[in-house]
Ligand binder design. Structure first.
Ligand SMILES: Cc1ncc(C[n+]2csc(CCOP(=O)(O)OP(=O)(O)O)c2C)c(N)n1
Ligand SMILES: *[C@@H]1O[C@H](CO)[C@@H](O)[C@H](O)[C@H]1NC(C)=O
Ligand SMILES: *[C@@H]1O[C@H](CO)[C@@H](O)[C@H](O)[C@H]1NC(C)=O
Length: 607
């Protein structure tokens, strides 16, 4: 437009309603055209042919449905072949990391700024480098609470390398936004959150250049007053054009109209970045020594998690921990005490914590471990889902699983967490049952791509493994066996220990059981489960401190579906629990040693 950076062909494609995987939002692009032109060809410092260069400034298009404008600038910058703009199968309808210039997937609105915070935090405190982070949001998107979690985070940590651009184009998808063009209200809100805030005419290149040039000791919000569909007569600032291709019969006229606004076709060179980001290696991170626990010692797996993470932090300074004000419950505080500079307190904002972790992990700069009560990750399910789409490598530790937490009651109990994390496509789900296996899970998670979840428990239980025991993903352990086992019992965490106690009870009745520790619930060691079941008359009993839906029982059932001669029986929590003593609750909800022993007797009697 006024600055003349958009190639004519690209404008033509946008105007013709070129179908990028059936999704195009021309009016959402038009409001942001000058902002994008100024950012990419005036303000930002980067290597156009190397979008993932660690020294580059970062850009996140939080309003991901405006993806075509992102493709247009990267085409103009010379990275994206202009022919690709015309090929529908090459480009996605929303930014995804398959494109090298996309660090995090966007399109679920309200999440870009949290990831930008993670990148800015990493730039300022871990890399100590001069790259800056820019994030563009729509005004409709600003109704998301997660945006304001991120706004608070950025000011708490004085992220002066972070610039948010608010594209205030007055319209959302189905209606005008609640504040329409009241830019002063947005300004007051941003200032109240501790941001340096500037209102600009978002279609004025001069005003934008000036606003981006101001250096501050706090994060900066550029509130850009814009018009949706800018530059297209009959459509500009009109409702009912969101997400619609422009009518074919209007296309030529629109192209002409837009092209007539181009004042210069001069190619502008992008300024390269300052090369001061350190070299980082996050591969092959190994524990400095084997676990120091002794068989029979008692420790809660949540505490073993904190100790393991602190230990792993000694060998690589890119291991970082995040928590949401639960560090003395999850025991991430042990990491914090040993490595205070690598701990990010995210306060009680779990959605933002997940997005920050995703941002920290981009470009392989860090290996984040986020901890919280497992129950509270459920409110960040969308962020976790988007992390998988972002191909993010981040780790979660959810403590306080199940009814065995006791007195704190059902609001604090994670009983859906296995179902949630199992459903995530790139996820590995660890459910360690003692201190040794917890330490191994932490080490494996640090080196495993995708989303890793470690489920930890509150009660103290005995160490059952020797410190030289080898653990691998998808490798279960037979922890108890004899020559004439009647049933294979699969438990994890507290229920594995209950299963071992049930075995003692049953032994007095001359009933032997095989007890199996799955270690990872996803992927599941199908082969060992199947061979154990075959050795125990085809009988499997699963017992878990989780709701029936989506937990261990369903994982085992679906792994063995269609196997002849195998029956899977399940014990799990079947209703909303209450508070009580852990042992009382395990009994009340039918997942303790007595319930297991009785279920085994019933199975044996049925034969
Ligand atoms: C969390 C979420 N809710 C709803 C949508 C569907 N959606 C896509 S774009 C949009 C309107 C966005 O308005 P705004 O943020 O003002 O962006 P604009 O297109 O106006 O620039 C909606 C509701 C979504 N993508 N994500
Ligand atoms: C966490 O620390 C605070 C402050 O010392 C304390 O009040 C609280 O009881 C601790 N919580 C747990 C679960 O230990
Ligand atoms: C991160 O490292 C992996 C190898 O472990 C590599 O495949 C990937 O391309 C790297 N990503 C970036 C953005 O550099």
């Amino acid at each position: 437009l006024t600055s003349g950076h958009r190639p004519e062909q690209c404008l033509r494609d946008i105007a013709h309603g070129l179908d990028i995987k059936g999704s195009l939002h021309p009016t959402s692009c038009c409001s942001a055209a000058e902002i994008m032109a100024v950012l990419f060809f005036h303000t930002m410092r980067y290597k156009p042919l190397d979008p993932r260069n660690p020294h580059n400034d970062r850009f996140i298009l939080s309003k991901g449905h405006a993806a075509p404008i992102l493709y247009a600038v990267w085409a103009e910058a010379g990275f994206l072949p202009e022919e690709e703009l015309k090929i529908t199968c090459v480009l996605d309808g929303r930014p995804v990391p398959k494109q090298a210039f996309t660090d995090v997937a966007t399109g679920s609105l309200g999440q870009g700024l949290g990831a930008a915070c993670g990148m800015a935090y990493t730039g300022k405190y871990f890399d100590k480098a001069s790259y800056r982070v820019y994030c563009m949001m729509g005004d409709g998107e600003l109704s998301e609470g997660s945006v304001w979690e991120a706004m608070a985070f950025a000011s708490i940590y004085k992220l002066d390398n972070l610039i948010a651009i608010l594209d205030i184009n007055r319209l959302g998808q189905s209606d005008p936004t609640p504040l329409q063009h009241q830019v002063d209200v947005y300004q007051k809100r941003c200032e109240a959150f501790g941001w340096h805030t500037v209102i600009v005419d978002g279609h004025s290149v001069e005003e934008l250049c000036k606003a981006f040039g101001q250096a501050k000791h706090q994060p900066t919000a550029i509130i850009a007053k814009t018009f949706k569909g800018r530059g297209i007569s009959g459509i500009e600032d009109k409702e009912a054009w969101h997400g619609k291709p422009l009518p074919k019969n209007m296309a030529d006229q629109i192209v002409q109209e837009i092209c007539s606004q181009i004042q210069s076709t001069k190619k502008i060179l992008v300024t390269p970045p300052q090369e001061d980001a350190p070299l980082v290696d996050i591969t092959n991170i190994r524990m400095p020594s084997p676990p120091s626990y002794k068989v029979g010692d008692k420790i809660a797996t949540r505490k073993a998690y904190g100790q393991a993470l602190a230990k792993l932090g000694r060998v690589n300074d890119r291991i970082i921990a995040l928590d949401g004000d639960t560090k003395n419950s999850t025991f991430s505080e042990i990491f914090k005490k040993e490595h205070p500079d690598r701990f990010i307190e995210c306060y009680i904002a779990e959605q933002n914590m997940v997005s920050v972790a995703v941002g920290c992990a981009t470009r392989n700069r860090t290996v984040p471990f986020c901890s919280a009560f497992g129950a509270f990750f459920t409110r960040a399910f969308d962020q976790i889902r988007m992390a998988a789409i972002s191909e993010s490598n981040i780790n979660f530790c959810g403590s306080h699983c199940g009814v065995s937490i006791g007195e704190d009651g059902p609001s604090q109990m994670a009983l859906e967490d296995l179902a949630m994390f199992r459903s995530i496509p790139t996820a590995t789900v660890f459910y360690p049952s003692d201190g040794v296996s917890t330490e191994k899970a932490v080490e494996l998670a640090a080196n495993t791509k995708g989303i890793c979840f470690i489920r930890t428990s509150r009660p103290e239980n005995a160490i059952i493994y020797n410190s030289n025991e080898d653990f691998q993903i998808k490798q279960a352990k037979v922890v108890l066996k004899s020559k004439d086992d009647q049933v294979t019992v699969i438990g994890a965490g507290v229920t594995l220990h209950e299963a071992l106690a049930a075995a003692d009870l049953l032994k007095k009745e001359k009933i032997n059981i095989r007890v199996l520790d799955p270690f990872t619930i996803k992927p599941l060691d199908r082969n060992l489960i199947l061979s154990s079941a075959r050795a125990t008359k085809g009988r499997i009993l699963t017992v878990e401190d989780h709701y029936y839906e989506g937990g261990i029982g369903e994982a085992v059932s679906s792994a063995l579906v269609g196997e002849p001669g195998i029956t899977v029986s399940r014990l799990a929590v079947g209703e909303v629990p209450r508070s009580g003593k852990p042992a009382e609750l395990l009994k009340m909800f039918g997942i303790d040693r007595d319930a297991i022993a009785q279920a085994v007797r019933d199975l044996v009697a049925k034969a």
